[in-house]
Design a protein around this ligand. Structure first.
Ligand code: ADE
Length: 224
């Protein structure tokens, strides 16, 4: 899978995608993540990517030309399944969205900034608008990082134990059960006996009951 991220701050994302699972996925050839600086597609001598809004309101709006040039350039090289714009007024991102996006071949994620982007970009170039939550960030870079991380980790082979993506919180609308590691007894804080019993049926049953209990207590909305 290939993800092209369009931003005016590629340096904000470089270290994130060069660490841990995201680096591993790219080294293993399972995911290609390309960062593009929108500024490289400006033609004026000041490399302006934003301008004052028509209508006299405050703030700056991202200009249409460099973004259109960049998207057109990418589209001339391959077909894209989605051109996503990160925006607080988009559809809410969740595990189901991550699952379906992880099945695609090529996607573009455009990071918004300032007051927004020239609305014609949304009307003519964007196929999907996604928010990562009901709060406003200074830009779409963190949203692009959150979405890309949750998509890429679902690609088969990225996680060392493929099962672990399937048993994630939210995959079946249940929160995950608690996990423990050695020592079994730390300062008298003991790991539940059932996990040390060696009886897999009892362990599976306990984990399932824990998932239900935690979901009821912490996220009852998921059980509706
Ligand atoms: N840009 C600013 N806030 C955002 C949010 N909540 N989700 C996605 N993109 C954003």
């Amino acid at each position: 899978m290939r993800i092209d991220i369009l931003t005016v701050f590629p340096e904000m994302l470089e270290s994130f995608f060069n660490c841990s699972m995201m680096a591993r996925a790219q080294k293993a050839g399972l995911a290609e993540i390309h960062l593009h600086d929108i500024r490289d597609y400006t033609t004026d001598k000041h490399h302006k990517t934003d301008d004052y809004p028509f209508g006299g309101c405050a703030g700056l709006v991202m200009k249409i030309e460099p973004i259109d040039r960049l998207i057109t350039d990418l589209k001339s090289q391959r077909e894209y399944d989605e051109v996503i714009y990160t925006s607080p007024d988009g559809e809410q991102f969740n595990q189901k969205t991550a699952n379906s996006l992880s099945l695609l071949n090529n996607i573009i994620i455009l990071c918004g900034h300032y007051k927004g982007i020239d609305y014609r970009i949304r009307e003519h170039l964007i196929t999907r608008e996604i928010s990562i939550g009901d709060y406003v960030l200074t830009g779409g870079e963190l949203a692009a990082a959150v979405m890309t991380d949750s998509i890429v980790r679902l690609i088969p082979g990225v996680l060392s134990d493929e099962q672990s993506a399937l048993s994630d919180c939210f995959q079946d609308n249940l929160l995950a059960p608690p996990v423990y590691t050695r020592p079994a007894d730390y300062k008298g804080w003991r790991v539940p006996d059932v996990l040390l019993s060696g009886n897999q049926t009892l362990i599976d049953d306990w984990e399932f009951q824990q998932s239900i209990e935690r979901t009821k207590r912490l996220r009852p909305d998921l059980l509706k």
